[in-house]
Design a protein around this ligand. Structure first.
Ligand SMILES: NC(=O)c1ccc[n+]([C@@H]2O[C@H](COP(=O)([O-])OP(=O)(O)OC[C@H]3O[C@@H](n4cnc5c(N)ncnc54)[C@H](O)[C@@H]3O)[C@@H](O)[C@H]2O)c1
Length: 351
């Protein structure tokens, strides 16, 4: 058995709450915990019509609570009722461009939503471990290899709302005797099947390729710490497990690939090649909003203290994403297909 399989076995019969379970990452995380035999609940807005949540019929693997993280008393009543041992907080307005259009709502959800959850934990009992999901964009200076203690002050409303969530988590940790270790996880752009978000690079590629259109890239020369969805989620799980064993491990963690970096335009070329059918046309398009050209995270802390490392390369991530999308197009059972991808990943991680 590999380290990850061992870590997952600890969740058998444990109560796990995932906020944002109707989203892309929340759907994958729910399937992983369902496979591990956890007792699972989710708290989020209703799933989008076209979503991995609906395609995989996720209602059958968890107790799903519809709710808004901005509604403190509702969130608190659900947390108290379900009484989770582990909490993964993914619920968020997760898009940079939406943040420019709806800054107030973005702060309310991402910042105050996180404060509301922290308050539930401060006032509650029985928690073993809490992981709050932020982003690689929380840093003030978006430079080569940001480290966890670099200054926080994300540029745009989305990024900045997540910097605020980070500050709130750090403040709660030092101000109150919290009943559970709380960490934040700063991951970058996540690649994998089942993401239908607007203005994200792989979903944009999938939509264009399905229609036989040219893939338009807003920033072909931008460099991002792209990571496969299961590598990212296994980092969150590793944080949850290790800080529950050793409380002093609670803190902030960059979740990022090592040396493997890639320009967005090159990533898109890879996707087109993997898709086949002669589609390889990429063009750049103008964009009004600021986006950082080069964003990289230093991942030494999570590698050294939690022994986490990515197991899939960018080529693997592209292959799995294209396969997922084609399986969906062919009308396969997407819950079974997704579980097969998870098992294959865990087997490869165990080698
Ligand atoms: N996908 C990425 O590339 C990426 C990169 C860095 C960080 N993140 C972070 O990871 C987390 C999950 O992202 P995702 O890609 O799965 O996003 P997603 O949009 O697919 O899912 C977002 C989830 O949050 C829920 N949500 C939104 N507003 C809410 C509210 N007010 N109350 C309750 N629930 C609400 C949605 O219902 C959904 O379940 C987010 O915190 C996001 O900021 C994602």
């Amino acid at each position: 058995m590999g380290v990850m399989t061992d870590r997952l076995s600890l969740f058998k019969d444990k109560r796990v709450l995932i906020t944002g379970h109707t989203g892309f990452k929340g759907s994958w995380l729910s399937r992983i915990f369902a496979m591990a035999g956890a007792e699972l609940a989710g708290y989020a807005l209703p799933a989008e019509e076209l979503s991995m949540y609906r395609l995989c019929k996720q209602d059958s693997i968890l107790k799903s609570y519809e709710g808004d993280v901005r509604d403190f008393s509702h969130l608190r009543s659900i947390v108290n009722d379900f009484s989770p041992e582990y909490i993964f907080h993914l619920a968020a307005q997760p898009l940079v461009l939406e943040g420019y259009s709806y800054p107030r709502e973005t702060y309310e959800t991402n910042f105050m939503g996180t404060v509301n959850l922290l308050e539930c934990i401060r006032r509650g009992r029985g928690f073993r471990s809490v992981v709050l999901i932020t982003t690689d964009k929380v840093y003030r200076e978006q430079k080569n290899a940001c480290r966890e203690d670099d200054a926080l002050d994300g540029f745009d409303p989305y990024s900045n709302s997540k910097s605020c969530a980070e500050l709130a988590a750090a403040c709660y940790r030092r101000s109150f005797a919290m009943s559970a270790p709380i960490s934040t996880a700063r991951a970058g752009n996540t690649l994998g099947g089942g993401d239908f978000a607007a203005n994200r690079i792989l979903p944009d590629c999938m939509r264009a390729l399905l229609k036989g259109e040219t893939v338009q890239v807003r920033h072909p020369y931008s460099v991002r710490p792209y990571l496969y969805v299961l590598d990212t989620l296994c980092a969150y799980i590793s944080i949850a497990v290790r800080q529950a064993e050793q409380i002093e491990l609670a803190g902030a963690y960059n979740v990022a690939p090592g040396a493997e970096i890639i320009q967005t335009g090159v990533l898109v070329e890879k996707v087109c090649r993997e898709w086949g059918e002669g589609r390889s046309s990429v063009s750049s398009m103008p964009d009004a909003w600021h986006e950082t050209e080069r964003l990289q995270l230093n991942n030494e802390k999570i590698r050294n203290s939690l022994h986490w490392r990515p197991h899939y390369s960018i080529d693997d991530a592209v292959r799995e994403t294209v396969a997922w999308t084609k399986a969906w197009q062919c009308g396969e059972d997407m819950a079974l297909f997704t579980d097969r991808q998870i098992r294959a990943y865990l087997e490869s991680a165990a080698k």
